[in-house]
Design a protein around this ligand. Structure first.
Ligand SMILES: *Cc1c(COP(=O)(O)O)cnc(C)c1O
Length: 380
C-alpha cells in the first residue's frame, strides 16, 4: 500500500476563527478598524513594543506603505538581499526605487551585514533586512550602519512574527517593520499583514496613507470634526472579518510558536547524523536569535542533484519544495535592480536548499519518514 502523502503545508486552525468571524458579523462592523482590528493592533504593540501597529491586506502591502512613507522616488537605492520573496523588491520598484542586491551570509542566509557599506552610494535611502526563516539578521550592526549613513531600516519580518533578536521583537527594531499573515506563515488570516511603525514621527502619516490619504482615523477618535484628503494613500486596511479570523490566531501565537519549535527541533535532532556524514547542512541559529520555527530547510551538498532529491521524495509521498529563485537572476530583477558585486553565496545556497514539510499536526512518524527518506536518497 502506498504511504499517505505528507503535505508540505497545512494551514493551522485554533478552532475559534469562525466564532470570532460570526462575532464580527453580529457587531455589524464589517469594514476596517473595528473591534477585532483594534485588538490585533494592541496585541502587536504589546508583544513587539512597536509604537504603532496597523493591519494591512498583506505583508506586500505593508511594504508598499513603507515605501510611500519613506517617500521613495525615482533612482533612490534600497539595499536588500536577492535571496528573498519578490515583494521585498516590488514595493520600492513601484515608487521608482532601485533595489541594490547584496550577498547573504553562509550560516543564516540573511543579508551579509559586512557587505552593506560597500553598496552605499549618495542615492541610498534604506536597508531592508529580511529575517529568513524567522532567524534575525545581525541588527545591531545594521542599525549602526544605517545611523552612520542616515538611512532608514525597513525590516521584512514576514516570517518573523514572535521571533526576536537580543530580546527585541523582529519588526520592531528598524524604523518600520512588516509582518505576513499569509496562510503559509505561522500566524494566519488567509491573506493578511501588518505594518509596524517604530519611528513615532511616521505614525500619523502611516494612518493617513492607510486610509486613502485621509485623516479618518483621527476623525473616528474624535480628534478632528471631519475627515478630509490630506496626502496620497490607498485602501490598505483589511475588513474586521479578516481581523476577527486573525485574532483567533494571535491569541494563540505563543503556543503556535512553541509547537513549531518542537517540530523544528525534532528535524534538527534527527538530521544531525546526516550532517555529520556531510550529506547535508542544517540551519544555523546564532546566539541572541530566538526563532519561531517558521520553516525547516536543509542545504544539500554542492553537486547533489536537487531536482532528483525532490522527485524521489515525491515518489515516497513527501512534498518538499525549494525557494527562492534569486531576484537578481529573474527577468524583472535584471530590469529594475542593480547587483553589488557577484552574489556567489546567493547563487550556490539557493540552488542547494530544500524546505521540509512543516505544519502543526505533522506527526512524529511523518517526520521520521521524511528523515529516513532523505537519508535513503542521499546515501544511495
Ligand atoms: C511571505 C513573504 C512576503 C509576502 O507576504 P504576503 O503577506 O504574502 O504579502 C514578503 N517577504 C517575505 C520574506 C515573505 O516570506
Amino acid at each position: 500500500m502506498a504511504p499517505d502523502l505528507v503535505p508540505f503545508n497545512l494551514p493551522y486552525s485554533t478552532g475559534k476563527e469562525l466564532a470570532y468571524v460570526a462575532e464580527a458579523h453580529r457587531l455589524r462592523h464589517l469594514s476596517g478598524d473595528g473591534a477585532f482590528t483594534r485588538r490585533c493592533h494592541r496585541w502587536i504593540e504589546q508583544h513587539t513594543g512597536c509604537a504603532k501597529a496597523l493591519l494591512t491586506h498583506s505583508c506586500s502591502s505593508a511594504l508598499d506603505m513603507a515605501a510611500l512613507l519613506l517617500d521613495i522616488s525615482d533612482g533612490d537605492e534600497i539595499i536588500m538581499p536577492s535571496f528573498t520573496f519578490v515583494s521585498t523588491a516590488n514595493a520600492f520598484v513601484l515608487r521608482g526605487g532601485v533595489p541594490v542586491f547584496v550577498d547573504i551570509r553562509e550560516d543564516t542566509l540573511n543579508l551579509d551585514e559586512k557587505l552593506i557599506e560597500a553598496a552605499i552610494t549618495p542615492r541610498t535611502r534604506a536597508i531592508v533586512p529580511v529575517h529568513y526563516a524567522g532567524v534575525s539578521c545581525e541588527m545591531d550592526t545594521i542599525m549602526a550602519i544605517a545611523k552612520r549613513h542616515h538611512l532608514a531600516v525597513v525590516e521584512d519580518a514576514a516570517q518573523g512574527v514572535t521571533a526576536s533578536y537580543k530580546g527585541r521583537a523582529l519588526g520592531a527594531i528598524g524604523d518600520l517593520g512588516s509582518f505576513s499573515f499569509h496562510e503559509t506563515k505561522n500566524v494566519i488570516s488567509g491573506e493578511g499583514g501588518a505594518l509596524l511603525v517604530n519611528d513615532p514621527a511616521l505614525a500619523q502619516r502611516a494612518e493617513i496613507i492607510r486610509e486613502k490619504g485621509t485623516d479618518r482615523a483621527r476623525f473616528f477618535r474624535g480628534e478632528v470634526d471631519k475627515y478630509t484628503w490630506q496626502d496620497i494613500g490607498s485602501s490598505f486596511l483589511p475588513s474586521d472579518i479578516n481581523a476577527a479570523f486573525l485574532w483567533a490566531q494571535l491569541e494563540e501565537a505563543e503556543r503556535i510558536k512553541r509547537e513549531r519549535i518542537v517540530l523544528w527541533q525534532r528535524y534538527h535532532d534527527r538530521l544531525e547524523a546526516l550532517e555529520r556524514r556531510e550529506r547535508l547542512r542544517r540551519p544555523v541559529v546564532p546566539d541572541g536569535c530566538d526563532h519561531n520555527g517558521h520553516l525547516y530547510y536543509v542545504l544539500l551538498r554542492n553537486g547533489t542533484d536537487r531536482a532528483m532529491v525532490l522527485r524521489k521524495l515525491k515518489e515516497r509521498a513527501i512534498n518538499a519544495v525549494f525557494h527562492y529563485v534569486p531576484l537578481h537572476s529573474s527577468p524583472a530583477g535584471r530590469r529594475f535592480a542593480r547587483t553589488q558585486g557577484e552574489l556567489p553565496l546567493t547563487v550556490s545556497l539557493s540552488e542547494q536548499l530544500i524546505r521540509l514539510p512543516m505544519w502543526i499536526g505533522l506527526s512524529e512518524d511523518q517526520q521520521q519518514r521524511v528523515c529516513d527518506a532523505l537519508g535513503a536518497i542521499l546515501e544511495a
